[in-house]
Ligand binder design. Structure first.
Ligand code: MG
Length: 265
C-alpha cells in the first residue's frame, strides 16, 4: 500500500514564522525515503512557489510541487464542475493564478461563480459588486470557511468572515472546498497519486485537519504545537488516530507501524 502525508503548516511545521524544532528533520526523512507528501494549506492568498520560498526562509527546503493550497483545490474542483467557466474573484495572486491555470476567465459581469479567498484588497465596492452578481445568479464558492487567521499581532478576519457578509447580504449559502472538505483532501491525495484512505494527515486543528482526514477515511495525527491542547480533545465526537507533542516526536517507522496496528484493530 502506498502511503502519503498531508501536512498542515501553521502550528505544525512553523509558528509565528519560526520553524518548529524537528520539522526540517522530519521532512528530510520523508524526502530521503521518497515518501509522497504535500503541505496542505487553507490559505488561498499565495501561489505554491511563493509558499515554497517562504518555507525556505524558515529552514524547510522543498520543491513547490510539495505545496497544495485551497486555491488549487477550488480551481480544480470548478474546472471539473464546469470546464472553461467564468468567475468573479475576491482574492489575490494564489487564487487568480490557480483559476487561470485551470482554464477560468476572470470577469466582472455575469460570472458562473463568485469565488472568495483571503486578501488585503477587500473594499465595500467589491462586496457590493459580488452581492449583485450572486443576486443575479452566480454561485458563491468559498476557498475555506475560516472566520479568522492568526497573525503575529493577534488575528485577522479570514475568508469565512467575508463569506458570511455575502451570505447575509444575499441569502445564498456558500459552498466551500478547503479543509475540512473531503474535496481538498481527495484532490491533494490525487495530486500525490495516493488513495485518499491511504493518507496520513498531520495537523494541529481538529475542525480542519483532523476532521478532513476523518471525512475521507484517512489516518490522522494531531500535534500539540498549535491550536489544540490535550484537554480540548474531550469536546470532539471524532478523534485523531495518534496525538504527539510535536512533529519532532514523529518517526516515520513508528508512525507507520502504529497506524497499521490501528488499521488492523
Ligand atoms: Mg494549523
Amino acid at each position: 500500500m502506498k502511503r502519503g502525508f498531508l501536512i498542515d503548516m501553521d502550528g505544525v511545521i512553523y509558528k509565528n514564522d519560526q520553524m518548529i524544532d524537528g520539522a526540517d528533520a522530519f521532512i528530510d526523512r520523508l524526502l530521503s525515503l521518497n515518501m509522497p507528501f504535500r503541505f496542505l494549506t487553507n490559505n488561498s492568498q499565495h501561489a505554491r512557489r511563493d509558499i515554497a520560498t517562504k518555507l525556505k526562509c524558515t529552514g524547510i527546503e522543498v520543491d513547490e510541487s510539495h505545496i497544495f493550497t485551497c486555491a488549487m483545490a477550488t480551481a480544480r474542483f470548478l474546472a471539473r464542475q464546469k470546464a472553461n467557466g467564468t468567475a468573479y474573484v475576491i482574492g489575490e495572486g494564489g487564487l487568480l493564478r490557480a483559476m487561470d491555470h485551470n482554464g477560468y476567465s476572470i470577469v466582472d459581469s455575469k460570472p458562473d461563480y463568485v469565488v472568495v479567498g483571503e486578501g488585503h484588497s477587500l473594499t465595500l465596492e467589491v462586496i457590493e459588486k459580488a452581492t449583485n452578481l450572486i443576486d443575479g445568479g452566480a454561485k458563491l464558492i468559498a476557498t475555506n470557511l475560516y472566520a479568522n487567521s492568526p497573525t503575529v499581532d493577534g488575528i485577522r478576519p479570514g475568508c469565512g468572515a467575508y463569506v458570511s457578509l455575502l451570505e447575509a447580504a444575499t441569502g445564498a449559502r456558500a459552498f466551500s472546498v478547503g479543509k475540512p472538505s473531503p474535496i481538498i483532501m481527495r484532490l491533494a491525495a490525487e495530486d500525490m497519486e495516493v488513495a485518499a484512505e491511504d493518507i496520513i494527515v498531520i495537523g494541529d486543528t481538529m475542525e480542519t485537519d483532523i476532521l478532513g482526514g476523518v471525512q475521507v477515511g484517512a489516518r490522522s495525527v494531531l500535534v500539540l504545537t498549535g491550536a489544540t491542547s490535550r484537554e480540548d480533545l474531550g469536546r470532539y465526537a471524532y478523534q485523531p488516530d495518534l496525538v504527539v507533542e510535536s512533529i519532532a516526536d514523529l518517526n516515520e517507522r513508528t508512525l507507520l507501524s502504529h497506524l497499521s496496528e490501528k488499521s488492523a484493530a
